[in-house]
Design a protein around this ligand. Structure first.
Ligand SMILES: [Zn+2]
Length: 384
């Protein structure tokens, strides 16, 4: 699944001009309900998605243990069977036609007092999807009064900026791996991280760096920055070293308790070794995260991470950046990826290979890497 450029522009709030040129729908033709589905999101959130043929005009109300979404000028769909995921607080969904308005009633196992504005999105059609009203909520939260309605005349989607945390690996007393000509991993990845931040900011994302200078951070601190910033995506940037100086190429990894292969395990061991310099803190953080995440949520985070990583590997191929031989995406127990935020660890190339050491130092090649990553983030399906 891909997020279209137009959807992305609208989400980031800069696509208003484009939308204005789209042919207007006749107001008389009723909107129709296509699908209703729920899913589990990181952070114990329930996601409710209502798909309609036209941009929905809606209002929300919150009777006890219910959310009622009232869609203007919309007809009920008698054949619709809501797709309800397990592990959410939505127990059932029914429809009620009230004049030309359609009420979608979500019956909840726990009360929700409101949904904050930044947790409500209207997405334009992309791929197989029509217009989607997306609501993310947790039990008990309250909504600011402004969140209640949107008018059909209002053409911009709520400006939800996706948050990306960029982690430049190593730093300070931990240089990471060192090339034959003395290039330090910590410096290369910081340079790429800063360029990546600039480009992602320009593309409408909200980004944060775990470090913006040559400082040492523990792996748990890095992961917890992703948590604190409520990141939608966490990218940890590294460069590789291999006993064989001939080995070269980019590789990408997601978190799993069991490594996909021996090489991935070795890499995780060496990247995790950064914390051996100061080991305290991680065990507790890791335990807290494990307790906070249900198995289902862990599964959702892992799935989203793999989806991103696959798309990223594809972009690197498209841009003809040398890939390390082997599978497109590998998995290993990287400590820095242990959080509720979907993410990946990118090994941008091998500093142990003389040719790649030179490339990784060149500004032009760094730009090429950054462009590939920006494309991968843009094409990642942040929504449903
Ligand atoms: Zn590293």
């Amino acid at each position: 699944m891909k997020i279209s450029r137009r959807t992305l522009l609208q989400i980031t709030g800069v696509g208003t001009a484009i939308v204005a040129f789209l042919p207007r729908m006749a107001f008389a033709s009723p909107n129709s309900l296509r699908t209703v589905r729920t899913g589990v999101q990181p952070g114990n959130k329930t996601r409710l998605v209502i798909e309609t043929s036209q941009r929905p005009s809606y209002s929300l109300s919150y009777p006890t243990n219910q959310i009622i979404i009232t869609l203007s000028n919309t007809s009920a769909n008698a054949n619709l069977v809501p797709a309800l995921a397990s592990g959410t607080i939505v127990r059932s969904i029914t429809q009620a036609q009230v004049g030309d308005k359609l009420q979608i009633i979500a019956n909840l196992s726990k009360p929700v007092s409101g949904i904050p504005k930044d947790q409500i999105m209207v997405l334009s059609p992309n791929g197989d999807n029509d217009y989607r009203l997306v609501l993310d909520f947790v039990a008990g939260q309250s909504a600011p009064a402004v969140a209640e309605t949107n008018k059909q005349t209002q053409k911009t989607a709520p400006a939800k900026k996706y948050i990306v945390v960029i982690d430049a690996g190593h730093g300070g007393k931990d240089p990471g791996c060192i090339g034959k000509n003395g290039t330090k991993e910590k410096n290369v990845v910081l340079s790429v991280a800063k360029k990546l931040k600039t480009k992602l900011d320009a593309a409408g994302f909200q980004t944060y760096l775990t470090r913006s200078n040559d400082t040492y951070l523990k792996l748990a601190q890095r992961a917890s920055i992703g948590e604190k910033k409520h990141a939608d995506l966490f990218l940890s940037l590294h460069a590789n070293a291999n006993p064989s100086r001939a080995m070269k190429g980019f590789s990408i990894y997601t978190l799993s308790e069991k490594a996909s292969d021996e090489e991935a395990q070795k890499l995780a061991d060496s990247e995790n070794a950064a914390d051996k310099i100061e080991v305290d803190g991680f065990e507790q953080f890791s335990k807290d995260i494990r307790i906070a995440l249900s198995a289902l949520q862990q599964h959702a985070v892992a799935e989203m991470s793999v989806e991103y990583a696959n798309g990223c590997a594809k972009q690197f191929k498209t841009m003809k950046i040398t890939q390390q031989p082997g599978p497109d995406v590998r998995h290993a127990p990287f400590a820095v990826l242990r959080s509720t935020v979907p993410g990946a660890l990118l090994e941008l190339g091998h500093l142990s290979n003389a040719e790649e050491e030179k490339l990784l130092n060149s500004s032009a090649h760094q730009d090429k890497l950054v462009n590939a990553i920006v494309k991968s983030v843009k094409s990642y399906n942040f929504d449903v």
